[in-house]
Design a protein around this ligand. Structure first.
Ligand SMILES: Nc1ncnc2c1ncn2[C@@H]1O[C@H](COP(=O)(O)OP(=O)(O)O)[C@@H](O)[C@H]1O
Ligand SMILES: [Mg+2]
Length: 363
């Protein structure tokens, strides 16, 4: 399977540059997810790889070969779009074999290929149905099947689940994850949904404003976000950000913000001394705040309960810490009442620090 490499890839529409030098390498048989808010340039990047958009500057390499001047069909890629546009008058088998029939492949081969892919996608019992007789999820699988029968080395997906309702999305996400175990091909998958990205990707590439912010495994990005954008984009509910000044007392550093004063651990102390900053942005994930009424005040924050959203085994509490909103993920059996003040302890190892002048993580 080919390696795909993007080198300083730029795209302009008229005078407006929307992609500003994308450098990216995708290894053999890797599932890469491009994720970022709407308009950040994900589809444009994917469409340039597919050959559906011209390249303004830079180059795309497939197995070391520059391809930006090649026609889409010369690139050995298959793409699944958001609106999966199946042919309504053809049954599932015919839809899936469309490209193969165009290429006039032998009947036996077409039949075998359709059977094989239908097996993988659980469509064997539906081969004779028309799209109108299928559920949304099944149609989505047919669209995917149409790409898989083509035997391309690389599959490109542009938000393939975004037309589905929430429950189906979750189900299809799990199916995709399973399909992925059986199909060892390069996959490049675009989504604005960070949960989809986290669950499916071998490697996540976070984009924002036409620039790659960070790439790595889901775990790397979640644990070690390089900047405030990545930290706030991955994870639900999102990370809390609180401003603090750095204070020193008896050789010990503290982060002093409105309504809290946290004692720094050794690692943070070393970083902060090196950086010589006066202020920092403190990032704390809602799951890292632990309800603990007797926690010492220099490793805890006090929060007044504003809203509690019950969502089953967990609830999300929106609270107020001296005028700042703070979200907390709670076990549902935690006793809380509106207006109450609660104490949450923080293990300092879970605290993220950001330089307020450039939003970069301090590490
Ligand atoms: N054909 C086009 N003409 C002009 N601008 C475009 C065109 N296609 C996309 N853009 C702009 O390029 C940027 C990136 O778009 P896109 O790649 O579709 O974002 P995403 O897929 O991440 O939502 C957006 O600002 C969008 O408005
Ligand atoms: Mg898009």
């Amino acid at each position: 399977m080919p390696e795909i490499k993007l080198e300083n890839l730029c795209k302009s529409y008229g005078n407006i540059e929307v992609l500003h030098g994308i450098d990216l390498e995708m290894q053999d048989a890797e599932f890469t997810v491009l994720v970022g808010p709407s308009g950040c340039g994900k589809s444009t990047t994917l469409r340039m790889i597919a050959g559906l958009e011209t390249v303004t500057k830079g180059e795309i390499f497939i197995d070391g070969r520059p391809v930006s001047k090649l026609e889409p069909k010369e690139r050995d890629l298959a793409m699944v779009f958001q609106d999966y546009a199946l042919y309504p008058h053809m049954n599932v088998a015919k839809n899936m074999s469309f490209a193969l029939r165009l290429e006039k492949r032998p009947k036996k081969e077409i039949q075998r290929k359709v059977q094989e892919v239908a097996d993988i996608l659980g469509l064997t019992d539906f081969l004779h149905r028309k799209p109108a007789e299928l559920s949304g999820g099944q149609r989505q699988r047919v669209a995917m099947g149409r790409a898989l029968t083509r035997d391309s080395s690389t599959f490109l997906f542009d938000e393939p689940l975004s037309n589905l309702d929430a429950k189906l999305r979750t189900q299809m996400r799990a199916e995709l994850a399973m399909m992925r175990q059986r199909v060892h091909k390069n996959m490049i998958y675009v989504t604005h949904d960070q949960i989809e990205a986290m669950t499916l990707a071998d490697r996540i590439v976070v984009m924002h404003g036409g620039v790659i912010q960070q790439q790595g495994t889901p775990e790397e990005l979640f644990k070690f976000p390089k900047n405030k954008f990545v930290a706030g984009f991955l994870g639900t509910p999102p990370m809390n950000f609180l401003e603090a000044t750095i204070e020193e007392s008896n050789q010990q550093l503290y982060l002093k913000g409105q309504g809290f004063m946290l004692r720094c651990d050794e690692r943070a102390t070393a970083c902060l001394r090196r950086e010589e900053l006066l202020k920092v942005l403190v990032g704390i994930r809602p799951c890292d705040l632990i309800y603990q009424p007797d926690a010492p005040s220099d490793s805890a924050i006090d929060i007044d309960v504003v809203v509690s959203e019950y969502i089953g085994a967990q609830s999300v509490l929106i609270g107020d810490c001296a005028g700042q909103d703070v979200m907390v993920e709670l076990k549902s059996d935690t006793p809380i009442a509106l207006g109450e003040r609660l104490r949450f302890s923080i293990d300092f190892q879970a605290v993220h620090l950001f330089n307020m002048s450039n939003d970069l993580a301090i590490a």
